[in-house]
Ligand binder design. Structure first.
Ligand SMILES: Nc1ncnc2c1ncn2[C@@H]1O[C@H](COP(=O)(O)OP(=O)(O)OP(=O)(O)O)[C@@H](O)[C@H]1O
Length: 388
């Protein structure tokens, strides 16, 4: 049974008028099903519902948005209206107001109260994958975006950090144009296809050239880890810049449990470079979960196979890494060169969902299945509990 404590917070985030009559409580219960699109919690428990009033056959719901001009206000408005409409025969009115600065501080405190400063430090239960490649243009960002969406499709809570300073292509790949919103010092990441996304590109004008140096990048990544409200994530993916470098080192410091996913093309030279990226693992002490070959052999309608970028690179990298690291580093799959994947990426629709039957979509989904089945490795991890 839902109790009032589940329905709304107390203090300055509490409602202006507390529900008393059964039909009022029923309305609050319906509103508790409305999830804030950014924070991903019921709007009621976030103090976003200030009042519910019935008059004759009509209902009016007062909503406190976290910030003025919240980019998600239309969605919230529509979701609130849809939630309470079945309860009345008359009109539904949704009035949007904004939280006071005090209420925003209270919300920030409420959200961060039980959270460690770095939620992805030692002991985190989030499975973290840093996606690396030996050189640029092998499709690393495209694959990272698709894996993230595929994992979210399977019901996991997924976050994605775009740390690829050479391109910041993740927002475009997922059709994100919204900027992150801020609740005091807390940054709310935009959500696309169920994935919470942060990219340094969201803080820059699209045509602004940037020369990011190591320390700036480290600071930016640190901020993404500590100042962004990720909530409880099952999986966090990081799109690393190609090659080795500062950001890979920062990742290993800030996200010490991260594992590497190595992307390569089937070319022999690319395979060599990618193997080097994998050797990064020894330097940073990050295990390699597996290798993904991209732009692999493609089957033409007449059944013939075209190997535009050769073949065998993925297998070669997997074998080489297994040898170098002394641990099995499997080839998780080969994604064929596929015009559908390129076209989907261009318009910001991830192939794993929009073209799941295309050859690239099928290959991506097979890889997602393997990653989704990976247990949140608790073994050997310290759990954040202290015995009494
Ligand atoms: N399997 C594929 N079939 C067809 N096109 C692909 C495939 N994979 C990626 N592409 C296309 O290749 C281009 C490069 O991809 P992407 O930007 O993801 O590479 P990247 O490795 O992240 O590059 P960088 O690190 O330099 O930003 C994009 O136009 C993308 O749509």
């Amino acid at each position: 049974m839902t109790t009032t404590t589940d329905l709304y917070p107390s203090g300055i985030l509490g409602p202006d008028t507390v529900p008393a009559a059964p039909h009022e409580v029923a309305a609050w219960q319906a509103l508790a099903e409305v999830i804030d699109p950014e924070i991903r919690k019921p709007i009621t428990t976030l103090g976003m519902v200030s009042a519910v009033e019935f008059s004759a056959e009509d209902i009016t719901v007062d909503i406190r948005l976290t910030i003025d001009g919240c980019p998600m206000q239309d969605t919230i408005h529509a979701d609130v209206a849809a939630a309470v409409q079945p309860l009345v025969d008359g009109k539904v009115s949704v009035r949007l107001t904004t939280m006071t600065p005090e209420q925003r501080v209270a919300l920030q405190q409420h959200l961060t109260a039980s959270r460690p400063r770095n939620p992805f430090g030692e002991g985190t239960l989030t499975q973290i994958y840093a996606v690396a490649s030996g050189k640029g243009g092998v499709g690393k960002s495209t694959i990272t975006a698709n894996l993230a969406v595929g994992l979210a499709e399977r019901g996991l809570a997924v976050g994605l950090i775009d740390a690829d300073i050479h391109g910041f292509s993740i927002p475009g790949l997922l059709g994100i144009t919204a900027k992150p919103t801020k609740v005091e010092d807390l940054i709310m990441p935009p959500v696309a296809y169920g994935v919470k996304v942060m990219s340094i590109g969201m803080f820059l004008d699209s045509d602004q050239p940037v020369a990011w140096r190591g320390p700036m990048l480290h600071r930016a990544l640190e901020q993404f880890v500590t100042d962004v409200y990720w909530g409880d994530l099952d999986v966090l993916l990081i799109d690393l810049p190609p090659g080795t470098g500062d950001i890979a080192i920062s990742t290993s410091q800030l996200l010490p449990t991260a594992q590497l996913l190595v992307i390569t093309t089937p070319e022999h030279t690319a395979a060599q470079v990618a193997a080097r990226a994998g050797q990064l693992s020894t330097q940073t002490n990050q295990p390699v979960t597996g290798v993904i070959e991209n732009m692999g052999p493609m089957r033409l309608p007449d059944g013939s196979i075209v190997e535009v970028f050769g073949s065998g690179g993925g297998q070669a990298v997997s074998q080489r890494l297994t040898q170098v690291l002394g641990k099995d580093v499997p080839l998780l799959g080969s994604i064929p060169l596929d015009p559908v994947l390129r076209a989907d990426s261009e318009v910001g629709t991830p192939t794993v969902v929009t073209s799941a039957d295309a050859p690239a979509g099928q290959a991506l989904n097979t890889i997602v299945d393997q990653l989704a089945g990976t247990p949140r490795g608790l073994s050997g991890r310290k759990l954040p509990v202290t015995p009494k």
